[in-house]
Design a protein around this ligand. Structure first.
Ligand code: NAP
Length: 336
């Protein structure tokens, strides 16, 4: 009798323990699921199609640009991937064409660290006679050691800002009426409070400065160019190759240790592409706004300041040997 009671108690204990662990597991799974959903951000809920509209995406061989190219191809757009690694670009064209059966996916060479390459890209693009609905300035580098390009600028500054500046101006004549220029920015722009980057600035600040300059370009375009709107987008924190030079994430051991946290809190490229997609297809975004999690916000005060935008605009015209007259002559919508 006593033996049976003991065995009965231990069965109850076993069941209690099973119940405890399964409840704990369910709770942990539910918490992980909620966290992942929360940090995954919003999906673009607009169902507009992009048939017969051409979208140019810079840096579409990986990460957000590649995911965005797939999303716009699914919506019927003609997609032009503007990339410096053409082998990788053609592989992406094949992948997207196979998946979407959209035959209008193309690749053209573009290296933003080289003004000559930007001019050649624009020449090729105008020969193709696309009516560009959207230019997405997506390509960027992060945490690259300071080095000077052949044109004499810091590689991060030229890739993330000055190259896109020249590209955008040169592409204005090819833009469709009511087209959109979408500049992929970052929360790091908030680190910047001066047009002149301090000499002792760290690589994070250099990146933030380049993104603030891109936001100021958006402001200038929004306030002076008619017929084409310009918006900024913050894609959020996204798992991509952009972190390849970032010490915390380029160390394999640290990467493994941080994996569980990053798995839960960092977006996948397709999630990062949602706000950019929203900027392209949502009806009438406020000109010059900053789209984050598919909602319209505004960038930092520094990036909303017209005096800063004007000063940078004039410096950039000089650096790229462009003139206001060029912008006036070549863009029928411009009121610069
Ligand atoms: N990932 C994030 O957490 C995050 C957060 C905020 C903002 N963003 C922004 O999101 C955008 C996309 O970044 P991502 O995270 O998708 O990074 P990514 O996977 O590294 O993609 C960057 C793309 O830019 C291209 N690129 C770099 N230098 C170039 C140049 N000189 N000329 C032409 N293309 C060049 C790269 O081409 P190669 O393959 O040839 O290098 C690549 O295709 C960037 O503007 C980034 O600042 C990302």
């Amino acid at each position: 009798m006593r033996m049976r009671q003991i065995s009965f108690l231990s069965d109850t204990e076993k069941n209690m323990s099973k119940l405890f662990w399964s409840s704990l597991f369910t709770l942990a799974a539910a918490a992980a699921f909620s966290l992942k959903r929360y940090f995954g951000g919003m999906n673009c809920r607009c169902n507009q199609r992009l048939d017969c509209k051409a979208v140019v995406i810079t840096g579409a061989t990986s990460g957000i640009g590649k995911a965005l190219a797939l999303e716009v191809a699914k919506r019927g757009a003609q997609v032009i991937l503007a990339c410096r690694d053409m082998k990788a670009a053609w592989a992406v064209v094949d992948e997207i064409t196979k998946e979407t059966h959209n035959e209008g996916v193309y690749a053209l060479p573009l290296d933003l660290t080289n003004f000559k390459s930007i001019n050649e890209f624009c020449g090729l693009l105008s020969e193709c006679e696309f009516d560009i609905y959207s230019l997405v300035n997506n390509a960027a580098v992060f945490y690259l050691p300071l080095q000077t390009t052949a044109d004499g600028f810091d590689v991060t500054f030229q890739t993330n800002y000055l190259g896109p500046f020249l590209l955008t101006l040169k592409m204005l004549p090819s833009m469709a009426k009511n087209g959109r220029i979408v500049n992929v920015s970052s929360e790091a722009h908030k680190l910047c409070s001066s047009l002149d980057i301090p000499k002792q600035a760290g690589l994070f600040e250099v990146y933030g400065h380049s993104k603030a300059c891109l936001n100021l370009l958006t402001l200038k375009l929004a306030s002076t160019v008619d017929g084409v709107s310009a918006v900024n987008v913050d894609p959020g924190n996204v798992e991509t190759k952009i972190f390849r030079n970032f010490p915390l994430l380029s160390n394999p051991l640290l990467k493994i240790l941080l994996w569980p946290i990053r798995f839960l809190t960092v977006k996948r490229p397709v999630q990062g592409a949602q706000s950019v997609l929203h900027a392209i297809i949502c009806p009438q975004p406020a000109n010059g706004c900053y789209i984050r999690d598919c909602k319209e916000e505004w960038p930092s005060d520094f990036c909303m300041n017209d005096t800063n935008a004007d000063a940078l605009w004039h410096r950039s015209l000089q650096w790229t040997k462009m003139t206001e007259e060029y912008v006036l002559q070549t863009n029928e919508y411009s009121s610069v």
